[in-house]
Design a protein around this ligand. Structure first.
Ligand code: BES
Ligand code: ZN
Length: 809
């Protein structure tokens, strides 16, 4: 046995161990770390007064020398020693097996995790934190102690997270037969965290933004997101921890699958259609954009410089869509059989996406998923075109589906994908003549036949529930779309029809504005279709008001931008505003009526009905504010002053912030002082101002950067101001004079010195530069070139993003 005990090592890149002997040996390493100087927030660092770790993807190697890769699994025993008065709480993974006092006011705790795990799941927390405790009894009768920790000030905002955790545990038992496997489950919420949350075995570490909630500080969206993220990290205990990834290229194996599982969970907790709409909105805005630029990659990427750059919308959201397609192709039962086999075969090991695909196939009579592998290999969003022909004499309907995927950097040509297309056919009376079924499109073009179609030409409802991550091109007329919006039996496609109507109108208006022509008036069919939605808002108690709110919400700018051959963000912004304003004028009475009907002074509750009421009310308010006149200011000011919860307060402030007059500044001042320093509320205060559509938005941001509450060291705060501006205020970021670009590039450089992960993400705001009209294209390129000239001074994280952005197809 060879024992190599090092002296104090200064952590370098590698360590060479001269193994003279044969067989096993024990290597002891002793390292000195300065957590308070670790601003990258990877490895061992300090957040507030607490010490914590973040090891995924490659943070453990910043703590000590190790075989820091996910296929190297070990049982961890951890002993922590600290000053007891300063750091009374000492946590790590697994079970606590020992505690005790030490001389000099110090103490220790020992932890043992019985499950072998890769180092990326290791965690330690030491601090002086408050907590709430609960218990959960699993189906097989195991009692689990649940505890959620955060700073003492935050203890009154932990209840919602605890309820979410218990719901998640129950759901995974009910839906997948998966139980928790340790006696304790700890969650710690810290203020400084690069990501949303981390699934360390038995000791999740969360960003406070995804844990803390009370009505005065959190919006409905925050409540929903917290429930979803708590579930996500909990579900990783099986999809990620018990069965983990063989290497980081397989990341979607755990993330795509776990996102799909958290989406299913949220669908079950509220409305499935609403959840689907929300997820598709995000996918279309973020993932479609990623897939259309120089950083396009398959859900299983082929190379990386820094793994942290591959926690992308593609790996996550498109990855979840790929899992959803197995579910669509196999049905709920078949999918469950596949999941059972996957966990049975691979429990305790580190596997690949191919192993998952094989389990899905083998559990379902060898269903052929050969071609399906292309979803893991090819980048880019397929375009599916649909053409229907009705033969009145034969009473047949034929549907021809063809697919094409444009080349991406490094992948000039693509092979056809295996695409599940869920379709139904509707009669003119609104009844289904062909009920939902899944067509499997595998060739470049295929025709599907439906027979015995009575009652004239049917209206097809295609890609129901968004059954595949593709762009669908159809021949639908405005009348067809209005019909589907009113009658489709698939609620997702009712919403989809509203989005297509709106998007056609916005793109046509934008084109007219670009050509300096007067835009065509909105089609009366569209106005009537929107009027019908508003009418439903008054109708009955039973309609889902969230669905109505989303039907009235115009497609996001980023999504629309992706539909333009040449991106003109400011024209698009004006075009979208114009359509919104036109609808607001045409339907002013209706918007007001619904707004007033739903503006109720009722006790605050977070449930789908109340969330829907607030959502629809606030969408109406935003339409009513498009007039930008005194009435708008009065409406939003009054709503702001009367708001009794954060949802309403933020909705009103968001409207007010882009309106003329001094009311916005008074309201912002009031919001700031009501926040009483609460960091998450202050983040909202910064974001609202970053998202405002004002002639001096950029100047205001420059002032806010100097605000004493602004910080580059806290990722949440930095993203609240700078990230929100660069990613979500397109008209201002892409302002004519290019100042937005300079500002963001300045910020990339400044934050890169502290936190390369945060800088790299921000640098991604330039990656679609080639798609913009020439003057913006040149100005964005100029900033990318400027970042490149920093050369060696740039972190590898940011360098990877910038250099990839400059690649050409
Ligand atoms: N494993 C990730 C957290 C992570 C990501 C750690 C990247 C290190 C690098 C975690 O499970 C996760 O996916 N979190 C998401 C939220 C989730 C609901 C999609 C996040 O942090 O954004
Ligand atoms: Zn995850």
């Amino acid at each position: 046995m060879l024992t190599a005990e090092s002296d104090l090592l200064v952590l370098g890149k590698t360590i060479d161990i001269a193994s003279g002997g044969k067989g096993d040996f024990t290597l002891q390493t002793k390292v000195l770390i300065k957590p308070e100087a670790n601003f990258e927030l990877s490895g061992f660092y300090k957040s507030g007064s607490a010490y914590c770790t973040q090891c995924e993807a490659e943070g453990f190697r910043r703590i000590t020398y190790y075989l820091d890769r996910p296929d190297v699994m070990a049982r961890f025993k951890v002993r922590i020693e600290a000053d007891k008065a300063k750091l009374p709480l000492l946590l790590s993974n697994g079970n606590k097996v020992g505690t005790g006092e030490l001389p000099g006011g110090r103490h220790f705790a020992e932890w043992e995790d019985p499950f072998p795990k890769p180092s990326y799941l290791f965690a330690v927390v030491a601090g002086d934190l408050g907590s709430i405790v609960d218990t959960y009894k699993t189906t097989s009768g195991r009692d689990v102690r649940l505890e959620i920790f955060s700073e003492h000030d935050n203890v009154d905002k932990l209840e919602h997270a605890m309820m979410s955790l218990k719901k998640s545990m129950k759901w995974d038992e009910d839906v997948y037969g998966l139980e928790y496997d340790l006696d304790i489950y700890n969650i710690v919420a810290v203020n400084d965290f690069n990501m949303g949350a981390m699934e360390n075995k038995g000791l999740n570490v969360f960003n406070t933004a995804f844990v803390l909630a009370k009505p005065e500080t959190a919006t409905d969206t925050d409540y929903e997101r917290i429930e979803g993220v708590i579930a996500h990290e909990y579900f990783h205990n099986w999809s990620g921890n018990r069965v983990t990834c063989q290497d980081w290229f397989q990341l979607t194996l755990k993330e795509g699958l776990t996102v799909f599982r958290d989406q299913q969970f949220s669908a079950d907790m509220g409305s499935a259609a609403v959840k689907r709409i929300e997820d598709v909105r995000v996918l279309r805005a973020r993932q479609f954009a990623e897939d259309s630029g120089p950083r396009a990659h398959a859900i299983r990427p082929e190379s990386y410089m820094k793994m942290d750059n591959f926690y992308t919308s593609t790996v996550y959201e498109k990855g979840a869509e790929v899992i959803r397609m197995y579910h669509t192709l196999l049905g709920t039962e078949g999918f469950r059989k596949g999941m059972d086999l996957y966990f049975e075969r691979h429990d305790g090991s580190a596997v690949t996406c191919d192993d998952f695909r094989a389990a899905m196939s083998d559990a379902n009579g060898g269903k052929d998923f050969g071609q399906f592998e292309r979803w893991y290999l090819q980048a880019g969003t397929p375009v599916v075109e649909a053409k229907g022909v009705y033969d009145a004499a034969k009473k047949t309907y034929s549907l021809t589906l063809s697919q094409h995927t444009a080349g991406t950097v490094g992948q000039p040509s693509k092979l056809p994908f295996h695409i599940p297309v869920r379709v139904g056919l509707l009669g003119r009376d609104g009844k289904e003549v062909v009920s939902s079924q899944v067509l499997e499109l595998k060739e470049a073009s295929q025709t599907f036949y439906f027979e015995g179609i009575e009652g004239g030409e049917p209206v097809p409802s295609l890609l129901r529930g968004f059954s595949a991550p593709v762009r669908l091109k159809t021949q639908q007329t405005e009348e067809d779309l209005a019909f589907l919006m009113a009658h489709d039996t698939d609620s997702f496609n009712r919403w989809e029809a509203s989005q297509k109507l709106a998007s056609q109108a916005i793109l046509a208006t934008t084109e007219a504005l670009t050509e300096e022509k007067t835009p065509e008036p909105l089609a009366p069919t569209m106005i009537e279709a929107f009027r019908a939605v508003l009418k439903a808002g008054l109708d009955s108690e039973s309609v889902d008001k969230s669905l109505l709110a989303y039907a009235l919400s115009l497609p996001e700018e980023l999504t629309l931008l992706g539909e333009m051959d040449v991106m003109r963000p400011v024209d698009l912004h004006k075009g979208r505003d114009h359509v919104k304003k036109t609808l607001a004028v045409a339907l002013k009475a209706e918007f007001l009526k619904v707004y007033k009907a739903l503006d109720q002074d009722v006790p605050y509750a977070v449930n789908p009905e109340e969330i829907g009421r607030r959502r629809l009310k606030n969408v109406c308010m935003s339409y009513l504010c498009t007039s930008k006149d005194k009435d708008a200011v009065a409406l939003a000011s009054s709503a702001f002053k009367r708001a009794t919860c954060m949802t309403d307060s933020i909705a009103a402030l968001a409207c007010l912030a882009s309106l003329p007059g001094s009311e916005k500044d008074e309201a912002l001042q009031m919001f700031y002082s009501n926040a009483k320093g609460d960091p998450l509320v202050l983040n909202k205060w910064f974001s609202i101002q970053a998202l405002a559509d004002l002639p001096d938005t950029i100047d205001r941001i420059q002032v806010l950067i100097k605000h004493p509450d602004f910080s580059m060291k806290n990722p949440n705060r930095f993203r609240a101001l700078i990230g929100a501006f660069a990613n979500s205020n397109l008209a201002q970021f892409h302002a004519e004079d290019g100042r937005g670009y300079v500002l963001v590039a300045d910020m990339v450089l400044a934050v890169d010195k502290l936190n390369p992960q945060v800088a790299a993400r921000l640098a991604g705001a330039f990656s679609l530069w080639r798609k913009f009209e020439s003057s913006r294209r040149n100005m964005m390129k100029e900033q990318l070139d400027r970042l490149m000239t920093v050369g060696d001074g740039l972190s590898r994280d940011t360098y990877e993003i910038v250099s990839q952005s400059l690649l050409s197809a």
